[in-house]
Design a protein around this ligand. Structure first.
Ligand SMILES: [Zn+2]
Length: 404
C-alpha cells in the first residue's frame, strides 16, 4: 500500500515504523509530557502552574487556554530556550485590546520542520524539474516565500520567486517566458491571475494564507481543470499547519508537532465533525511551544478516515475566522461574476464602496443585490474600472474590509 506523504514525513522525523491512530496518540502524549516537565524546570515561564504529567491525552482539556493577549503581554515568558537559539521572529499587532505586538519565535529546527511539512504538501503537485511560481511575500531569509522555495528546491523542482505584490503585466510575462506549471499563493490572487492573464502553462495550484471562498475555488478549478490543493498554517505553527493529500478531502495536520482540539463557545471540547474554534497545543515547536492556544479560526476535524489511508487527522478545508469574515463572504459573491478580476471594499459608517476591476460586462444591480444581505443597512456604491492597462497589482496580503 502507498504510504501518504504526511505519514512518511511523520514516521521519518519521529523514527516510527507504523502510524496507526494509537502510534500518533502515544507520540503526542509523550511529547506533551516532556514539554510539561520542561515547563517545571524553567525559571520564568508563562506556564508555572501546569501539572508535570498527564495520564492521558483526554486530560489536556483540563489545562487553561493561551490567548493572543497572553502572547502580546508576556513575549519573553513563552520562550523555552535562550534568545541566541532564535533564528527568526515574526511580529504583528494583535486585534486584542492591549495594542501590544504579538511576537512568535522560531529556532532553526522549527523552520526545518516547516520545510519538511511544505515538502510533504508540495510533493503532491510539484515534481522534479517542474516550475512553480511562488506568489507569496519574500520577506527575507526564512520568510514564508523563502521557506516554500527551499521545499521546492529540495523536491528537485524550480522555484520562481515572484512575490505577492506584482502587477498583471509582469505576471503575464512570467507565464509567457518562464512556463510555470504550478502556482503557490493566496486563493483570490490565483483567480485574479487566471482571469486577467489566462492560465498559460499552469496546471496545478496550492493556495494558502487566507480564506478560500467557495466561488473562488470553483472558478479557479474550472479554469485550471484540476482540483486545488489548500493548505493551512498559522504563525504559531511556524507557518505550516495542515496539508492536502491526493484525496482532496480536507487537510492532514502535522500531528507530530501539534495537538488539535475544536472547542465550542464555552470552551468545551467538541466531538469530531462539529465546527468550533481551533485550539492547538504545539508540542513540536522548539522555541515557543504553546498550550491550548486559541487560534481564532473556525474549523472542523473530519470524522471519517481519509481515502488516502492515513490515520493522521484532517481539518475540513473550509476554515474561516471565528468572527464573521465579511471580506470572505463578499468575495464569495463578487467572484461569482465571471468578469470580476479583483475588487476591494471600503466601509464608512453605513456606506460600502466597492472598487471593481473587470474585463467584461458587469450587472450593477445584480452585484448590489448579492452584497446587500451581507451589509444590511449599508448604501452600496460600485466603482468600476475596465481592465486595460494591466498595471494593477495583485491584491496585497489577507483580504479585508477597510474601515474608514
Ligand atoms: Zn488523505
Amino acid at each position: 500500500m502507498n504510504v501518504s506523504r504526511i505519514d512518511e514525513m511523520i514516521m521519518r522525523l519521529e523514527g516510527l515504523d507504523s502510524l496507526e491512530r494509537q502510534d500518533i496518540e502515544e507520540l503526542q502524549l509523550k511529547k506533551l509530557n516532556a514539554l510539561l516537565m520542561r515547563f517545571k524546570e524553567l525559571p520564568h515561564t508563562f506556564y508555572p502552574d501546569l501539572p508535570a504529567h498527564l495520564e492521558s491525552l483526554s486530560d489536556l482539556c483540563k489545562l487553561p487556554f493561551t490567548t493572543d493577549e497572553d502572547l502580546a503581554c508576556n513575549p519573553g515568558s513563552f520562550l523555552t530556550g535562550s534568545q541566541s537559539e532564535i533564528e527568526r521572529v515574526l511580529s504583528d499587532a494583535t486585534s486584542g485590546t492591549t495594542g501590544s505586538q504579538k511576537r512568535v519565535f522560531y529556532t532553526a529546527k522549527d523552520l526545518e520542520n516547516t520545510v519538511e511539512l511544505f515538502k510533504a504538501g508540495l510533493g503532491e503537485l510539484v515534481f522534479p524539474g517542474s516550475r512553480t511560481m511562488i506568489c507569496m511575500p519574500f520577506s527575507g531569509p526564512n520568510g514564508l516565500g523563502d521557506l516554500i522555495a527551499k521545499a521546492i528546491e529540495a523536491l528537485g523542482a524550480v522555484p520562481l520567486k515572484i512575490g505577492s505584490y506584482v502587477n498583471y503585466s509582469e505576471l503575464a510575462r512570467v507565464l509567457e517566458r518562464e512556463n510555470p506549471d504550478t502556482f503557490v499563493g493566496f486563493p483570490t490572487n490565483l483567480l485574479s491571475l487566471l482571469r486577467a492573464c489566462g492560465k498559460g502553462s499552469l496546471k496545478r495550484a496550492l493556495v494558502s494564507a487566507d480564506a478560500c471562498p467557495g466561488s473562488v475555488t470553483d472558478a479557479s478549478e474550472d479554469i485550471l481543470g484540476t482540483a486545488l490543493f489548500p493548505h493551512y498554517g498559522s504563525r504559531e505553527m511556524a507557518l505550516g499547519g495542515a496539508i492536502c493529500c491526493p484525496a482532496h478531502e480536507g487537510m492532514h495536520l502535522r500531528e507530530n508537532h501539534c495537538i488539535a482540539e475544536i472547542v465550542g463557545e464555552n470552551g468545551e471540547v467538541l466531538p469530531r465533525g462539529e465546527y468550533g474554534e481551533l485550539v492547538i497545543t504545539t508540542i513540536g515547536m522548539q522555541a515557543m511551544p504553546l498550550i491550548r492556544y486559541r487560534t481564532g479560526d473556525r474549523a472542523v476535524i473530519l470524522k471519517d478516515p481519509c481515502p488516502c489511508g492515513s490515520s493522521v487527522l484532517r481539518l475540513g478545508a473550509d476554515i474561516s475566522r471565528l468572527n464573521e469574515d465579511k471580506a470572505a463572504l463578499a468575495d464569495n459573491e463578487m467572484f461569482k461574476f465571471s468578469s470580476v478580476i479583483d475588487c476591494s471594499y471600503k466601509l464608512e459608517e453605513h456606506a460600502l464602496s466597492v472598487d471593481i476591476i473587470h474585463n467584461g460586462p458587469i450587472d450593477r444591480t445584480a452585484v448590489i443585490s448579492s452584497l446587500s444581505p451581507i451589509f444590511p443597512d449599508c448604501e452600496i456604491t460600485l466603482d468600476l474600472t475596465g481592465f486595460s492597462s494591466a498595471l494593477y497589482p495583485l491584491y496585497k496580503g489577507k483580504r479585508i474590509i477597510m474601515q474608514e
